[in-house]
Ligand binder design. Structure first.
Ligand code: HEC
Ligand code: HEC
Length: 313
């Protein structure tokens, strides 16, 4: 009976391939069926006989529906076994679900909270950072064209917040996602560790500056709109998760500023977005040109020509 059921499924799956749109359902049904069958045979959660009997009946009925070509109904019927047999739902990547931004923000917030509570291991942070250095460079100074930001000496808490956001999908930074995922570097402890290492690095003040044509306006706009959060010299505020802006590459500043203004950085600061809502091109370029010339205190500045000794070249 088991053998003939398998065969029917295989034949139906072949048939389904000929029908546009059906293969996905067929593949899902096959996977679900395999999981239900396994759970019935092995009973890993120790569910009672009555539940298994009920599920056996549903499974038979689902197979009948499937043979009649009613794949969607068959799938729904089989799914009811999941609760009965205590089978965890299918992995999220297996199906396309509409994810709500609030859920992603909540996910990032949970990871941030957990990482902040951990004691960082800076030595392990260096080991993790070796992968990051491929793009951010061993000194973490990024690239002058602004495609990759300078992150050296950024506040540890800000780095963790941004990494949690990037991992959760709150920032359109798909290039970095595979390198910073929990699968590749580990959970909240990895965030705490790598952030502590990056914070310990010194800043290059040889960053890319703006064109320098509208600095007087830029300075005024900065004083009126930014100081209360980013500080008089762009030092940011670790406790409030406000980034250090000092010596950041101009093009990167412009891109992030516009993305925050236009809501593309989905977990950025709502108050900042409101504050800069009416900034046009001239204001944006003027204020960020000014910002690109702000520098950190000397103690945080790397000497000219410095190379990170943690990396062999
Ligand atoms: C494949 C290249 C690449 C790798 C590898 C990479 N990054 Fe990035 N990273 C980027 C790019 C590009 C951006 C800017 C994305 C944007 O414009 O929004 C970025 C942004 C960031 C930011 C946000 C900075 C800010 O000011 O908001 C942090 C923090 C960061 N990376 C840390 C890391 C860490 C830690 C690793 C290693 C675990 C890493 N990156 C690996 C390319 C990379
Ligand atoms: C109400 C507080 C607030 C004000 C006012 C504010 N910001 Fe921000 N800003 C923030 C916070 C918080 C973030 C980090 C957002 C996040 O978590 O993604 C940020 C992020 C940024 C970034 C991205 C930095 C990075 O490394 O990714 C830039 C650039 C920036 N702000 C520039 C400005 C400028 C210029 C002004 C004034 C015109 C300004 N901000 C006004 C709070 C503020």
């Amino acid at each position: 009976m088991k053998g003939s059921a398998r065969f029917r499924i295989a034949a139906a799956a072949v048939l389904a391939v000929a029908t546009v749109g059906a293969p996905a359902v067929a593949a899902d049904f096959e996977t679900d069926l395999a999981r239900v069958t396994k759970a019935l045979q092995e009973n890993p959660s120790g569910v009672l006989t009555a539940a298994r009997q009920a599920c056996l009946n549903r499974r038979r009925f689902a197979l009948q529906l499937y043979d009649q070509g009613q794949e969607a109904r068959a799938s729904r019927r089989l799914k009811t076994c999941f609760a009965l047999l205590d089978i965890p739902e299918t992995a999220p990547q297996a199906k396309v679900v509409a994810v709500k931004p609030e859920d992603l923000q909540a996910k990032a917030a949970r990871e941030l909270e957990r990482a902040l509570a951990l004691e960082p291991d800076v030595a392990n942070g260096l080991e993790i950072y070796r992968e990051c250095a491929a793009c951010h460079l061993p000194e973490a100074w990024g690239l002058h064209n602004g495609s990759v930001p300078q992150i050296a000496a950024q506040h540890r808490k800000v780095i963790i917040k941004q990494l949690a956001d990037i991992r959760a999908g709150n920032r359109e930074n798909w290039v970095m996602v595979p390198y910073s995922s929990a699968e590749s570097i580990g959970g909240p402890q990895a965030l705490a560790d790598v952030a502590a290492y990056i914070e310990s690095l010194e800043v290059s003040i040889d960053n890319a500056k703006g064109p320098g044509v509208d600095l007087e306006l830029g300075g005024r706009l900065y004083a009126d709109n930014c100081v209360r959060c980013h500080g008089a010299t762009g030092e940011g505020d670790s406790e409030r998760l406000i980034p250090r802006l000092q010596a950041q590459h101009y093009n990167y500043l412009v891109r992030q500023f516009e993305w925050i203004r236009d809501g593309k950085r989905r977990n950025a600061d709502a108050e900042m977005a409101t504050q800069i809502r009416d900034f046009g091109d001239r204001e944006t370029h003027a204020v960020l040109d000014y910002v690109s010339r702000l520098t950190p205190p000397e103690a945080l500045q790397a000497p000219p020509g410095w190379e990170n000794p943690d990396f062999q070249r």
